[in-house]
Design a protein around this ligand. Structure first.
Ligand SMILES: [Zn+2]
Length: 266
């Protein structure tokens, strides 16, 4: 599932491609991927200029000229492609937004969705979502406070969107490997230095993920930015740990496939 770095990469690549452009046509091939009748969706979205694209947690919000918002969550298996029929991946798009002869395709929207909402409804969706870890206002002090009040295991806490926003199964493994902490370690067992370190490395890894373009497939034909991020441990079971060379192990934690090094994470 795309996480904060992937959605941030989509946002920054899409903004110059479609920001300020008019959505000339909407094509819905799967009504379940949207939340209102197709006719209503088309009436409110077609011929509207797309003003800006924002990200919150693992969501993108496409803001339209008439004040409507399109809230996107790709969930598991969803992705986007921008281009024409000739260049697009050979897969059915559940939703297509056209900008003249170029189109934004939403592919693999099975669990994922593109909902038409007002700004108030979007705000409501976000009311229980935690801090943005890369927000400049998210200080080490506030992270320490949150951790001091928190019980439970590290991995499941990082995954908890109400605790902190945008981190999922992949980047939680990457963050914990960098912090040399075991994913099933209990939070009350962390000392001050470990919490400080976790804060720094969480932000470091998410920045690195963004800088290197996350791990999704290319967004458009000539896109050589998306997908540049190389995982250190995630999905690398049996390979040598990049730090200590012990084999990376995989274990089910919080019902997620979790990858870590049993030798240098403690
Ligand atoms: Zn190791």
């Amino acid at each position: 599932m795309p996480e904060l770095p992937e959605m941030e990469t989509y946002k920054s690549l899409l903004q110059p491609l479609i920001g300020g452009k008019k959505i000339t046509e909407v094509t819905i091939n799967r009504e379940k991927s949207i939340n209102v009748p197709i006719s209503q969706f088309k009436a409110q979205v077609e011929n509207q200029k797309l003003e800006t694209i924002q990200r919150r947690a693992k969501y993108l919000i496409f803001k339209l000229q008439n004040g409507s918002c399109l809230l996107l969550h790709l969930m598991l298996g969803g992705k986007m492609f921008y281009g024409d029929e000739h260049d697009k991946p050979d897969r059915t798009a559940q939703v297509r937004l056209s900008f003249g002869n170029q189109h934004l395709y939403f592919i693999g929207l099975r669990l994922g969705y593109l909902h038409l909402l007002s700004q108030e409804m979007v705000d409501q969706e976000f009311q229980d979502i935690g801090f943005e870890p890369l927000n400049p206002n998210f200080s080490l002090d506030s992270f320490r406070d949150m951790m001091n009040k928190k019980r439970g295991k590290l991995k499941s806490t990082l995954l908890n969107q109400e605790f902190i926003a945008g981190i999922g199964n992949r980047y939680s493994d990457e963050i914990l490997w960098h912090a040399q902490l075991l994913p099933d370690k209990n939070i009350p067992d962390l000392d001050v230095a470990q919490i400080n370190n976790l804060y720094e490395l969480m932000r470091y890894i998410l920045h690195l993920g963004i800088q290197q373009g996350g791990y999704m497939d290319p967004l458009y034909k000539e896109d050589n930015k998306t997908g540049g991020y190389q995982m250190f441990v995630h999905n690398r079971e049996g390979e040598a740990c990049p730090r200590c060379h012990a084999p990376i192990v995989q274990k089910e934690i919080s019902s997620r496939k979790t990858y870590f090094c049993n030798n240098c994470q403690h």
